[in-house]
Design a protein around this ligand. Sequence first.
Ligand code: SF4
Length: 438
Amino acid sequence: VIARRNACPGLAVPMPTGDGLLARLAVTRALSLDEFAALCAAARTHGNGIVEITSRGSIQVRGLTPTSAPEFAAAIEALEIADPTDGRVNTNPLAGLDPNETTDVSALADRLREVLIETGLAAALAPKVSVVMDGGGAFSLDAIPADIRLRAEATPDGVRFHVAIAGDDANARPIGTVTPECAVDTVMGLLKTIATHGPTARGRDLIATRAVTLRHRRPPAAVFSKQERRRRASAMTDEVGRASKDDDVKARASIERIGTLALRDGTMALGLGLPFGHSDASTLQNLIEDIRRVGAASLRPAPGRVLLVIGLPPAQASGLAVAAQRLGFIVAPDDLRRRVVACAGAPACAAAEISTRTLARAIAAAATHLDQQTTIHMSGCAKGCAHPGPAALTIVGIAGKCGIVHDGRARDTPRKLIDVDELPDYVRQRATQEADRG
Ligand code: SF4
C-alpha cells in the first residue's frame, strides 16, 4: 500500500518521495546500540542509507522501493522498536532519567498507547492526530504542536496536568486540569470526541464545537476532593492558567538540547544535532562504534532533530563530543547550521525546485552575523514541510529559483526571486544589514 503524498508515512504505509519511498517510525524508549546499529543496517540494505530525525523526534528512512519497503518493515518489526501507535503519544525523551522533570510520564503514556490500540482508536483517528504528555525537565515539548496537550505542574496537592487542545504550548486552548489518575481517561474521552467528527477530524474541531469545549472546560468532578473542587472553583480561570504558563515557557525555552545533561543515575546524556535533520547509516554506525568505546548504554532520537546518547560516563562526555563533531554532528548549541531548517529538497523530493540541503550549508556559512534566535527556512517548494510556521527568512524553491519571504511562511508570496547562485551573497548582505541595525 502506498500512502497519498500528504499522509503521515508509517512503516507499513511508506510515502512516495523523489528518491523512492519514505518510511517513518517513532520509538517510545531508548534503543540499545545493537538495536540502533540494526536499524541503520536495515536502512542501508533496503533503502538508500539516508536516516533522518524529524522535528518531532521520529526516524525517517528514505530510498525504499515497493519491494524493499515490506522487507524494511519486517526488519524493524523483528527489532520491536517501533511505536505501534505511530508516534501518536509524544513524551519527554529523558522521562524517568531527568532529575529536573516534574513527573515521569512514561507509564501514563504507555497506558494511553495500550488503550489506543485495545480500543481500535489509534487506527480510527486521522493520521496526524497526536498527544503531547510533557512531564517537564530539560526537554520541553512546548514547541511540538499536538491535538491534545498535557503539561505537568507540581502543586501543593501533588502533580496536576494542564490540558489544552490544538496547538503548541503557546497557542493551544487550555480547557482544565486533571490528576495523573484521570489523565488517560481524559485524553481518551477527548480523542473519542475528535473521532466522532469524522476520519479527518483534528483537535481544532473540538474548539470549533463550543459545546464540546465547554463540556471539557473543567476536570471531571470525580477527579478532585470537595476541598480541591472548592479551591479550583474560585481560583482556576483560563487567564490565570495562561499567565503562569507563559512564565514557564520563557524559563524552559532557555534550556538547550545540544550538549551534556547530568542524569538521575549519575551518568550523562549528550545531545547531538543532525545537520539539517539528516545523516546516513554509515556515519551513524561510526558514531555507534565511538559510543561503544566510551561505554554509553543507548541512543534515543529526540525532538528538534537531535540524537541523545544516554548513560554516558561523565569522564567520557567531552571526548565523545569531539568524536561526534569529527563525524559532522552538531555538538554546540550555537552551531550556525542549527539556525537553518531545510526540508529534503532536490533530488530527494520529487516536488522540490531547489537542492535545499546543499544550499543550507552555504547559507549557514553566510549567516554568521545573524542573531542567535533567527531562523532561516529553506523549503524546496511552497508546501513548507520542514517548518510550517513563519520564519525570519524563508527561501522557497520556485521554478528552479529562490523565492525570498521575510517574516512569513513558504506558502506566502515572495517579495522577490533570485538565482540559486546569488543566494549566499543575499543572505550575507541581509545578515550584515541586520547586525548593523541591531
Ligand atoms: S517542502 Fe520540501 S520536502 Fe516538502 S514537498 Fe516541498 S520540496 Fe518536498
